[in-house]
Design a protein around this ligand. Structure first.
Ligand code: SF4
Ligand code: SF4
Length: 321
């Protein structure tokens, strides 16, 4: 039994899925950046990307469900050749579905992506964008030289398109710590971001989501190199907060990999913890399941889960409590 499962057992809890409300699709590991904190180990040389055939199978499956939200992530999800095709097909479904693009911002400055912001706006795609700080030093240290300046230029462009202003075009930012510590208060940091980005760059946005870095992927390697992995793990364990359990994203999200594999969350995905058929060892693909069959299913956990329950908690939508 891993330490997280032990902790839950101490509180007589078994972590189980609720109703599936979000389909989070990780379309691949290709990215134009190689951030220090990346749990996906994404980068420009990665070859794993979702094929059109897999997209078609996902859309066929989705069309038979009432899951209302499709959350596209990666890598830089925009870099797969069929990114626009995916969104257009989701948007054809009835009843209508809401689409989220988890965007690193700088991709919109690359050649071939100049009109992508307009495409996203036309299709009412919500943007959740990484922006680990409102000052250049921290952003460039974590994400690479020049990323802060590029991100600011793209945020200004998105504002011009109506993002962060038009209620149909939500623009949220994501903060994650630039080192081995927990995020500060989400509400206070959001106020700081809003003030600083408006004052210095005229940028507006809707919400700031604070995320905790989980000790996996490139962030784990970074901690290991610095001899801080055990210390960080201990920090997460000590900060365990029982009040976060009901809000964990694995309870209402189905995570799908670039080949259609099913996981309880994107972190489990990066750790190859693929869900299996009930009571068996056959790995599950999206087209093998009906959403209701996942309800009440036990969630696969590991020590990394302490990253989601530390302090105020952490989900794809920010702090939990
Ligand atoms: S954190 Fe995001 S933007 Fe950075 S390398 Fe990973 S997937 Fe790309
Ligand atoms: S890493 Fe977080 S979201 Fe994933 S299974 Fe563990 S607690 Fe749930």
């Amino acid at each position: 039994m891993n330490r997280f499962a032990q902790k839950l057992a101490e509180h007589s809890i078994s972590l189980r899925r609720g109703r599936s409300e979000i389909l989070q699709v990780n379309v691949g590991k290709l990215c134009n950046l190689t951030c220090v904190h990346c749990h996906v180990n994404a980068g420009p040389k990665r070859k794993e990307i979702m094929s059109r055939e897999t997209i078609d199978r996902i859309i066929d499956w989705l069309g038979k469900t009432d899951i209302a939200i499709v959350d596209l992530t990666g890598g830089a999800p925009e870099m797969i050749p069929d990114f626009r095709y995916f969104i257009e097909r989701v948007k054809e479904l009835q009843p209508a579905r809401h689409v989220i693009d988890r965007c690193n911002l700088t991709i919109l400055l690359e050649r071939g992506y100049e009109d992508l912001g307009k495409f996203l706006a036309t299709n009412n795609v919500e943007i959740i964008a990484s922006m680990p700080c409102y000052s250049p030093e921290n952003v460039n240290a974590q994400r690479g030289e020049g990323v802060f300046e590029g991100s600011i230029a793209v945020l200004q462009l998105l504002n011009l398109l109506g993002y962060g202003i038009d209620p149909d075009l939500p623009l949220h930012l994501i903060y994650n710590p630039v080192g081995a510590f927990l995020p500060p208060s989400q509400a206070e940091l959001e106020a700081d971001y809003k003030r600083e980005l408006k004052k210095h760059f005229g940028i507006v946005f809707n919400n700031l989501y604070t995320l905790t870095n989980l000790p996996i992927g490139r962030f784990a390697s970074y901690l290991r190199c610095d001899n801080k992995l055990d210390e960080y793990m201990e920090l997460l364990i000590q900060a365990f907060n029982l009040a976060t359990i009901n809000g964990l994203m694995c309870r209402n999200t189905i995570s799908v990999g670039w080949r259609g594999e099913v996981y309880d969350c994107d972190f489990n995905q990066q750790l190859d913890m693929q869900c299996c058929c009930n009571g068996g060892s056959k790995p599950l693909f999206l087209w093998d399941i009906i959403p209701d069959s996942l309800e009440d299913r036990e969630i696969m956990t590991g020590d990394h889960c302490f990253g989601c329950t530390a302090g105020a908690g952490s989900t794809c939508g920010g702090a939990i409590v």
